[in-house]
Design a protein around this ligand. Structure first.
Ligand SMILES: [Zn+2]
Length: 197
């Protein structure tokens, strides 16, 4: 396995430790040429995000065959759709971050209130669709259209109603960094009323 698989394993542990995703799910991937490296099904529930490199699923992101792998993440279609629609994207991070979850639960966009999150703009919700479906992938693509400049700069993100967040970027580390920045921003919004009265 490559450095990319190792990178995903390390990132999964970091995300779980920092409560940027949970046992319920999330999935992360890196594209290298025609190959995509992706966290497996049940990365949270069974592996607790302590993934061995052998568990990383690889294949050609242009082909549907990768989805035949029994370990292909149920949420993997959204990743494939993003790679197929946005040629600059080389990293996708889907997660259930602790501080973002209230916003997706109640259908609230995340407006930037920190210098470090202004570049993402307001993170809006995509149209609802059931988890693990291709329809959700289509809705995510629609929500990310027009945000290609953000993908090239650091990452573009959208919220998935009652579910989580997905980010797409050119560089995996920058995309993961964006995830934490948006989670902290969400926390700031959550405590705004209690601090300001
Ligand atoms: Zn999810």
């Amino acid at each position: 396995m490559s450095n990319f698989a190792e990178k995903l394993c390390i990132a999964g542990r970091v995300m779980f430790e920092k409560r940027l995703t949970d046992m319920c799910g999330g999935n992360i991937s890196i594209r290298d040429g025609d190959t995509v490296y992706m966290s497996p099904r049940f990365a949270g529930q069974r592996y607790h995000w302590d993934l061995p490199v052998e568990a990383i699923v690889t294949g050609n992101w242009k082909e549907d065959d990768i989805a035949l792998n029994p370990n292909f993440s149920r949420e993997g279609w959204s990743h494939l759709y993003i790679y197929r629609n946005f040629p600059d994207v080389q990293a996708v991070v889907h997660a259930h971050p602790f501080h973002v979850m209230p916003f997706v639960a109640f259908g609230l966009p995340i407006e930037p209130v920190l210098e470090g999150t202004h570049k993402f703009g307001t993170v809006e919700l995509c149209a609802p669709a059931a988890a693990h479906t291709k329809d959700l992938g289509v809705n995510i693509i629609a929500a990310l259209q027009g945000k290609e400049d953000k993908m090239r700069k650091q990452a573009a993100a959208c919220l998935i109603p009652e579910h989580g967040i997905i980010l797409a970027g050119q560089d995996f580390d920058k995309t993961l960094d964006a995830l934490e920045r948006i989670d902290v921003n969400a926390y700031c919004l959550t405590v705004r009323k209690s601090l300001l009265g």
